[in-house]
Write a protein that binds this ligand. Structure first.
Ligand code: OAA
Ligand code: MG
Length: 216
């Protein structure tokens, strides 16, 4: 088994889940979806601690704090019951999102690819072993920008839990070792700007910090 600590350097896929928190759906005044909304971010969007988030010129970008699930071994047509055996670890992640592109994509039915997939759109922390998280559905995610709290939510608020996500995705796409599933964001996300410091974490477990810069 390759070193899962290097999940962000191995070029595997990143799968995002859209609007997976009941509290977020309430804020957005949207119905609970019937199946998970899945999108892909390229592995070139990874940044690890010590690297900065670089907002592309003319982009407006929001932060979204999320629980990342790192796949431990190849998964295809996995049932809900066996899905947790395919989890290799967890991480705290930011699903950086270019709201300018998303608004356009939503109104025209266009693609989310640039809005979710630009370089530095996936900052991640270190792998957390599964033994450190006996229950991933009872974690508090939080995020602050320049010391002001923006986001806080419990993973118990997810519409589709981790076994459901793994089972659903693996019906259509082979999940491979070191793939990352971003399980969705609690509400409170907002714009970030050059010079901002984003801190985020899983309460009592781990914390990350990223500086924001903007392309000249
Ligand atoms: O940004 C969005 O519209 C969807 C998303 O990734 C989330 O809810 O976490
Ligand atoms: Mg997200």
């Amino acid at each position: 088994m390759p070193n899962l600590q290097l999940f962000a350097k191995t070029g595997k896929k990143i799968i995002g889940v859209a609007a997976n928190y009941r509290t977020l759906l309430k804020v957005l005044k949207r119905d609970v979806p019937k199946e998970p909304g899945i999108f892909i971010k390229p592995s070139t969007s990874y940044v690890t601690e010590g690297e900065r988030i670089l907002i592309p010129r003319d982009f407006s970008v929001n932060e979204e704090v999320e629980l990342g699930v790192i796949i431990g071994k190849k998964a295809k047509h996995v049932s809900r019951e066996e899905a947790m055996n395919f989890v290799g670890g967890y991480c705290v992640a930011l699903d950086m999102t270019a709201t300018c592109r998303m608004q356009e994509a939503r109104s025209t039915g266009g693609s989310w690819t640039l809005g979710k997939g630009f370089d530095t759109a996936t900052p991640v922390g270190k792998l957390i072993p599964t033994s450190d998280i006996p229950n991933p559905h009872d974690l508090t995610l939080w995020c602050s920008v320049n010391g002001t709290k923006r986001q806080e939510g419990s993973t118990s608020d997810m519409v589709f839990d981790i076994p459901t996500l793994i089972s659903f995705i693996s019906k259509f796409m082979t999940l491979e070792e070191n793939d990352l599933i971003l399980t969705g964001s609690p509400p409170g996300m907002g714009p970030v700007h050059k010079g901002d410091i984003i801190e985020a974490g899983i309460r009592g477990l781990t914390q990350i910090q990223f500086n924001v810069d903007k392309e000249q």
